[in-house]
Design a protein around this ligand. Sequence first.
Ligand code: ZN
Length: 213
Amino acid sequence: MWAKNNPSKLWTPGQTLRIAFLNGTQAFKDATIAAASQWLPHINLKFDFVAGEEGDIRILSQPGVFASRIGTDALLTTDQPTMYLWPHPDSQARYFAANVIHEFGHMLGAEHEQTHPAADIPWDIPAIYAKHGITENPEEDDYSASQTRQKLHEQFLDRAAAEDSLCSEYDRKSIMHYAVLQSWTQGNFETFLNMELSDNDKAFMAKAYPCPV
Ligand SMILES: [Zn+2]
């Protein structure tokens, strides 16, 4: 697991984060609280869930999107949601929970694990480009191809700089790791969607938000 450290986006240990639900059904709120609370035994932060618009974190229930600001970047806006969660039917409760834990990982400051400074994923870059209809030469990009190339590099291919990061070891079981298709890699490397916190995830956050000695 890893987080940016220059500047740090971590909250202050001991802090109570006020988390506001802007909308959503009671079932949505209950499922969100249950999943998000899986972080709590491992961190010295408290979550105060409230209804309304007053919150360090503001959650919008919105079909079609899972997203969150990273750590204290939530404070950079006061009138926008800082997290979007896509309500799911009961039959997909596990999938919803996994995504909530992932988005709360971002909220706590974590970045995507596949861009970890030490990630050693054997990407098959020509195959990935071909699947997305782009060539290996950026000079051939039209606007849409250049957007696609940038997104692929940001989300998957470009690793973070170690010197600007706070890291535990690269962990393909991290809740912050995207699924990686075998067809995107050389050889047999693939990862599936991780559904729960890994031991590394718990240890990293315990170190990021320590209890007083
Ligand atoms: Zn994410």
